[in-house]
Design a protein around this ligand. Structure first.
Ligand code: HEM
Length: 158
């Protein structure tokens, strides 16, 4: 159960950050200011799902690790403070500021500078999430192999 909550919340958080990033890039590069205002306005509402999803992925991850520190689990654990700090110190304030600026139609230099910073910080968090998914798959690789060996044995005994 814990493992299912971990996987679902991890996938939800990664999917949401990816969609915020892609929607921002596409609206800025290819669509007009109306689309940019929409995207910038909706992203802070998305945080209402994203923040609990990230907290659930982190919390269940620590529980699944049961105090183990080194190796692959240790690497996953070490990424969490960077993910959280990047979110709290850069991504959330940037998204709120950009939403207010966009709603006011104030697309000045500071808007675009902060937009670029937000995209870079978002890409950093996506990379950290991607590495945690890769390491999660490594942690369960043995389990998956055992399952497929058992399935193969069952098939050959039929
Ligand atoms: C938000 C960041 C995280 C993401 C995106 C993430 C992602 C994943 C994914 C996708 C799996 C499942 C792999 C599979 O079933 O094949 C997994 C498994 C696992 N993760 Fe995470 N994880 C995160 C944080 C953490 C943290 C902080 C820890 C602990 C320090 C952790 C510990 C584990 C463990 C122990 C497993 C194996 C679970 C099992 O045996 O069923 N994860 N992770």
């Amino acid at each position: 159960m814990l493992s299912i909550v971990h996987k679902v919340s991890a996938a939800l958080a990664t999917g949401l950050i990816t969609s915020f990033w892609v929607a921002t890039a596409v609206s800025e590069l290819f669509l007009g200011p109306v689309a940019v205002v929409w995207v910038k306005t909706l992203i802070p509402y998305g945080f209402l799902i994203l923040i609990p999803a990230l907290a659930a992925a982190g919390g269940t991850g620590f529980k699944l690790a049961r105090g183990k520190g080194g190796g692959v689990v240790g690497a996953k654990r070490k990424r969490m403070p960077f993910l959280a700090a990047n979110g709290v110190l850069v991504l959330i304030p940037a998204a709120l500021y950009l939403a207010a600026k966009a709603q006011a139609g104030d697309f000045d230099t500071s808007f675009y500078v902060l937009q670029a910073v937000e995209l870079v910080a978002g890409a950093v968090n996506l990379t950290l999430l991607g590495l945690n998914i890769r390491d999660g798959r490594r942690l369960t690789a043995g389990h998956r192999r055992r399952k497929s060996t058992l399935a193969a044995r069952e098939m050959s005994s039929l």
